[in-house]
Design a protein around this ligand. Structure first.
Ligand code: NAD
Ligand code: WQD
Length: 343
């Protein structure tokens, strides 16, 4: 039998870093949550922690978004008002080595999902896109009309999905689709009970710094200090993962007004360098972060930060937390659980 609630949300990839923070915000705002995740890059303990934080329960289905049988069953069992689609692969380097796997999970997985949604007449979708679709941007800040030019298979998979969803909306304008282009999500829930827990060596700056601070790694490699930035290191728009999750709630409200396909940057509009991030994390943790400067990493832009005004004006959303708070919350999680969910 189908559930009665009009506010049941399907969260694909809900056991992951951003998805688990999203589940907290959804449960705390009175939604019912069903998570579909194959746990390929996450641990079910994240969902137990979500239930502890919120004192509410959610439904977890372990499975692959490409599995039509599971999708059909899910949409037959529940009356979803919307789908928040986080499930996917996200490591840029790995996408260069295994492009077919990336296109299969990210693009084909989304095709399977929207097919099942259409069959169930559930036409409200929020998709996790990325600032990576802007490639090496020429002008700062980056607005939604800046040219897109993905430069690796991961980025192209995001851009392809955006294009698929645009075509879908053009073919049937009763869809309600939000493409959210995240800048650099970092930090953790204030409880310190959930956070980023990379299975392998972290690719991204903040989880690497955090693992150095807690003693899991000896030192950070700073990828280049000869960029045309104030201190020579790369500048990024780090955004607190809880602010990011709140942006999704605003996107859902925006979609509730009228059918549309909307694109929004989710960033703070502020750029911080690698050295700023190291210094902020040292202050937050009281630990020294040893580092050495090495060669630039191929494919890195010198600077990337958002123009967040469209999200502010159209969604009524704006990031609240600053870099100090992002580091303090990341450190609370990392110091509580030095080995992440394996502890
Ligand atoms: P994550 O790896 O922590 O979460 C993704 C989740 O999807 C994981 O729990 C994983 O097990 C699951 N998953 C992967 N393949 C699956 C499949 N075939 N079927 C079902 N579940 C599957 O990553 P995240 O940082 O939480 O990212 C969430 C989304 O946001 C991704 O789509 C990512 O591309 C996008 N994004 C992330 C960032 C970032 O820096 N973290 C930036 C921009 C966009
Ligand atoms: C930030 C800065 C590095 C690691 C990536 C993806 C992007 C998006 C977010 C998903 C850069 C420097 C990093 C290290 C370093 N993900 N750095 N030492 O590259 O902006 O974006 O994650 O969509 O698609 O490309 O983030 O955290 O890897 O790097 O010096 O060990 O830190 O050079 O200047 P990036 P990042």
């Amino acid at each position: 039998m189908k559930g009665n609630s009009q506010k049941t949300i399907l969260v694909t990839g809900g056991a992951g870093y951003i998805g688990s923070h999203m589940c907290v915000e959804l449960l705390q705002t009175g939604h019912q949550v069903v998570v579909l995740d194959d746990l390929s890059n996450s641990n079910p303990k994240s969902l137990q922690a979500v239930e502890r934080i919120t004192q509410k329960t959610l439904t977890f289905v372990e499975g692959d978004i490409r599995d039509t049988r599971i999708l059909t069953n899910l949409f037959e069992t529940h009356n979803f008002s919307a789908v928040l689609h986080f499930a996917g692969l996200k490591a840029v380097g790995e996408s260069v080595e295994h492009p077919v796997q990336y296109y299969d999970v990210n693009v084909n997985g989304t095709l399977k999902l929207v097919d099942a949604m259409a069959a169930a007449a559930c036409k409200t979708l929020v998709f996790s896109s990325s600032a990576t679709v802007y490639g090496i941007p020429e002008q700062m800040p980056i607005s939604e009309c800046s040219p897109t030019a993905a430069i690796n298979p991961y980025g192209r998979s995001k851009l392809m999905v955006e294009e698929v969803l645009r075509d879908l909306y053009a073919s049937d304008p009763t869809w309600r689709i939000s493409l959210l282009r995240y800048f650099n999500p970092v930090g953790a829930h204030a409880s310190g009970e959930i956070g980023e827990d990379p299975h392998d060596v972290p690719n991204n700056l903040m989880p690497f710094i955090s693992q150095v601070a807690v003693g899991r790694r000896d030192q950070l490699n700073v990828f280049g200090d000869d960029y045309g930035t104030p201190d020579g290191t790369g500048v990024r728009d780090y955004i607190h993962v809880v602010d990011l999750a709140k942006g999704h709630l605003k996107a859902l409200q925006h979609l509730a007004d009228t059918p549309k396909l909307a694109i929004h940057n989710l960033g703070t509009g502020n750029g911080y360098s690698v050295m700023d991030a190291i210094n902020a994390f040292e202050r937050a943790s009281g630990r020294k972060i040893p580092y050495q400067v090495v060669e630039r990493r191929a494919g890195d832009a010198a600077t990337s930060y958002a123009d967040p005004r469209k999200a502010n004006q159209e969604l009524g959303w704006q990031a609240e937390y600053d870099l100090e708070r992002m580091c303090a919350d990341a450190w609370r999680w990392q110091s509580n659980y030095p080995n992440g969910f394996r502890d």
